[in-house]
Design a protein around this ligand. Sequence first.
Ligand SMILES: *[C@@H]1O[C@H](CO)[C@@H](O)[C@H](O)[C@H]1NC(C)=O
Ligand SMILES: *[C@@H]1O[C@H](CO)[C@@H](O)[C@H](O)[C@H]1NC(C)=O
Length: 319
Amino acid sequence: MMASLWFCVLFWGLVAAFLVNAEMKLDCRPDYVTLVWKESRSQADTALFRLGSCFPNSFTAGEAIFSVELDDCNFRRMVTGNNLTYTNELTYSSASGSVVPPSTYPVVCRYDRPQDWYPLVYDPVFNTYGQEDLVFHMELMNDDFSGPAESTSFPLGSLIHITASVEQQNHQPLLLLLDKCIAATTPELQPDSYLYPIITNKGCLVDSKVTRSKFEPRQKTSELNLSLQAFRFAVGEAVFIHCNLVAWDPNGLDKTKKACNYVDNQGWELLDNPSYSSLCDCCESRCRSRKTRSLGSSGSHGVEQRAVLGPLTIIGLNS
Ligand SMILES: *[C@@H]1O[C@H](CO)[C@@H](O)[C@H](O)[C@H]1NC(C)=O
Ligand SMILES: *[C@@H]1O[C@H](CO)[C@@H](O)[C@H](O)[C@H]1NC(C)=O
């Protein structure tokens, strides 16, 4: 299925990382990855290694081997500049008190971005991204969400309306979530980018604690509208809003898959079912799910897509 996309892809041959007690060999192929972990600590149980949500394909006392497709195991796909990267983690989870402590190692496969991936030129107001049989869309809208925004300049304090959706073809019904959004002054996030957090902690609209920003009531599961109060950030400069869109099982809401608004005098509220607002309590600390939940239930549950909106401009009151 992905073969045609990968025509013009160059891939890193073999990447080997040498660690103190072990050695990781990573072979990134156009649509699958082989990872061989050689373990020298005899107490380590190689069956306990996971690559994202995947179990080893085989393991022996000193070695765990994964041979997996990039669509599986919850690899995260990201396009920056001309690079297409797939990132994941190799984790070792041991019981508390065991001799070999739990650990996590980054796994990164980098490819050249296929020319037809999505337009190199940022469209000023919308972007469409395809992944598997899903098409994600994010766009700046006018005041009543009835059509595209007429302007990309927003006076401080006015509302920026954003719609995000996923088009599902032959798919089970999906719930669209925005699990992370940050504003930046650059179309690509760099380590030193100047950032303004809007949604963090897996779906907590933190900006709603201090502004009129909110997720709008939902009409369709596959669509999520957001009204953002134009914030004091990079006033007068080009601003890009970077979001992570997640298409998820509508019955699978949990602490890491949710949309939470902060309501004045009331606290955090779960957009899709206020009676379960306790799922949003973690917005004040750190939202994590119980680890075992995601194991083995990858691809069928959800797909993530990064998207960027912009440039837009926030204009000061005196300009
Ligand atoms: C793309 O990958 C190359 C090679 O690893 C790296 O030097 C470069 O900084 C990357 N570019 C971006 C925009 O991440
Ligand atoms: C959300 O945005 C869509 C456009 O994508 C619009 O059709 C719909 O009416 C909006 N919903 C709400 C509740 O504003």
